[in-house]
Design a binder for this molecule. Structure first.
Ligand code: G16
Length: 543
């Protein structure tokens, strides 16, 4: 076998964002672009020689070609073992589970998550650590540093290898194993949930619709929900993964999962609806006529954890990203367990999970997960809900009403302004930064500001610090407005405005969120000059 050493030069802008490197697919298809980044990952982990790696992706356009390139580079570098999902498919949570199960030296996951796919849409790549979790900020910085000085990479001069057929082969020093991407994950789920109780639930006539959005979770949901648990046939819709997700945007929110929302708010709606995203780590939960916000879902899961077989012993602690609503904190207080507040990005939960400080964590961006792996996990969240629904025998709407009665309600919405001109977005953030010191003490639209800052985080486990993680304006009574620039967009800047107001109850617990949040929404636009600075009069997406 011939190994080619290819001369290259650094390519600008290969800095990983919130979750790995995400760019337009055509950018990734440029000569050396993918190779430079992969070689930089190998360099950042001290070389790939003698190491084992998991490889998989969400099946989007360019997935299989990218895998072939990475395999040839890993062979050239002397990797000892590659585990690859058949057809290059592997959901992000399954990848995390398999890295942990087979104790590989990490993995490379090809996905741009909830972003659209196709030659003119998005592609992405990220390195996961041997604990199964996304590279920490430190490792990501090291990868980035190598992209700035790279001058060559190695690649084996080989025909494409067969990644379709399950089986094993050895090329040079490298054992290559093609595996069923579903089996190990399904096995893990069975250890965490009471499958018998969920089977009984379905037998009793309980109906579910799971929208896989033509993304990676389709085969997993079919095998587990319909196959193992006996949900009625066609409970899983849009189940076949497609390279362009059928032209849709695989983001499980009420806007992009509108087909599911129409079913759940229509005549003869099933009892439970759910969706997951491009790579299967996000989830949407919806009952009959009852949308559950991701922040509320996280809080309800924490409150009901003891009804779920794998979590019967209770939770060590919980964590949420800073912009996620404070509903979780109220549950933690009642359970008398610690609650951590981290920056946006699943990578910040890894240390807390490894140190056994938390069992459950989640984010407003539709991600929930636990210590079973080191990624958020869409289908796991659905099974978690099904497990406690099987015990409580109440509707989703009843469970929500009961939760708010006990803890009060954190009304919550997020407004996204996408593809905003970068300078305008930075001016908006700078403008707010400049006013942080003068905000406290002011009352706007009847809302008294008690604190304003730019969030920073000190990791209690490794002592690292993350600064500039979003601007927070906190009001008397528990309401908040947060401004952040997304780290996952690929075009201009995406401004995220997170809006939250707290209603302790017992009255006013069933208002329309837009009514409960009207003053907060008005205040956010006034204090940020958003319309004037960006020219935008309405958000592109409201979740
Ligand atoms: C990624 C991260 C999440 C984060 C989300 C949104 O999710 O893993 O932790 O909350 O992006 O980040 P941002 O607000 O910076 O766009 P995913 O599902 O896209 O991998």
């Amino acid at each position: 076998m011939h190994i080619k050493t290819v001369s290259t030069t650094p390519i600008e802008g290969q800095k990983p964002g919130t979750s790995g490197l995400r760019m337009k697919t055509r950018v990734f298809m440029q000569p050396h672009y993918l190779e430079n980044f992969v070689q930089s990952i190998f360099n950042a982990i001290g070389g790939i020689e003698g190491k084992s790696l998991l490889l998989g992706g969400d099946g989007r356009y360019f997935n299989q070609q990218a895998i072939q390139t990475i395999v040839k580079m890993a062979i050239a570098g002397g990797a000892s073992h590659l585990i690859i999902g058949a057809e290059g498919i592997m959901s992000t949570p399954a990848a995390s589970a398999i890295i942990r199960k087979f104790k590989t030296n990490g993995g490379i996951i090809l996905s741009a998550s909830h972003n659209a796919g196709g030659i003119d849409e998005d592609f992405g790549i990220k390195y996961n650590l041997p604990n199964g979790g996304p590279a920490t900020a430190r490792v990501s910085d090291r990868i980035f540093a190598y992209t700035l000085e790279i001058d060559q990479y190695q690649i084996a001069d080989l025909d494409d290898i067969d990644i379709i057929t399950i089986g094993e082969t050895t090329i040079a020093e490298t054992r290559i194993q093609i595996i069923d991407p579903v089996a190990d994950y399904a096995e893990l789920m069975e250890t965490l949930f009471d499958f018998d109780a969920i089977r009984e639930l379905f037998k009793s006539g309980f109906r579910i619709k799971f929208d896989a959005m033509h993304a990676v979770t389709g085969p997993y949901a079919k095998a587990i929900l319909e196959g193992q648990l006996g949900a009625e046939k066609d409970s899983v819709i849009n189940a076949v993964p497609l390279p362009d997700f059928g032209g849709g945007h695989p983001d499980p929110n009420p806007i992009h999962a509108h087909q599911l929302m129409e079913i759940m708010y229509g005549d003869d709606a099933p009892d439970f609806g759910a969706a997951s995203d491009g790579d299967g780590d996000r989830n949407l939960i919806v009952g009959k006529n009852c949308y559950v916000t991701p922040s509320d879902s996280l809080a309800v899961m924490a409150a009901n954890a003891k009804l779920v077989s794998g979590y019967r012993k209770g939770l060590k602690g919980v964590a949420r990203s800073m912009p996620t609503s404070q509903a979780l904190d109220r549950v933690a207080k009642k359970l008398d367990i610690p609650a951590f507040e981290t920056p946006t990005g699943w990578k910040y939960f890894g240390n807390l999970l490894d140190a056994n400080k938390v069992t459950l964590c989640g984010e407003e961006s539709a991600g929930t997960g636990s210590s079973h792996i080191r990624e958020k996990d869409g289908l796991w969240a659905v099974l978690f809900w099904l497990n406690f629904l099987a015990n409580r025998k109440q509707s989703v709407a009843e469970i929500m009403a009961d939760h708010w009665k006990t803890y009060g309600r954190n009304y919550y919405t997020r407004h996204d302004y996408e593809a905003v001109e970068s300078d305008a977005a930075n001016n908006l953030m700078d403008g707010l930064r400049g006013k942080l010191a003068i905000f406290p003490g002011h009352t706007i639209n009847g809302l008294a500001i008690i604190h304003a800052d730019e969030f920073s985080y000190h990791d209690p486990v490794d002592g690292s610090n993350a600064t500039a993680q979003g601007i927070r304006i906190l009001f008397d009574g528990g309401s908040r407005i947060i401004f952040r620039l997304s780290g996952t967009g690929t075009e201009g800047a995406t401004i995220r405005v997170y809006l939250e107001s707290f209603e302790p109850g017992p009255e006013n617990l069933d208002q329309k969120p837009e009514d409960a949040l009207a003053d907060i929404i008005k205040t956010a636009s006034q204090i940020s000059n958003l319309e004037e600075l960006t020219g935008r009069t309405a958000p592109d997406v409201k979740t």
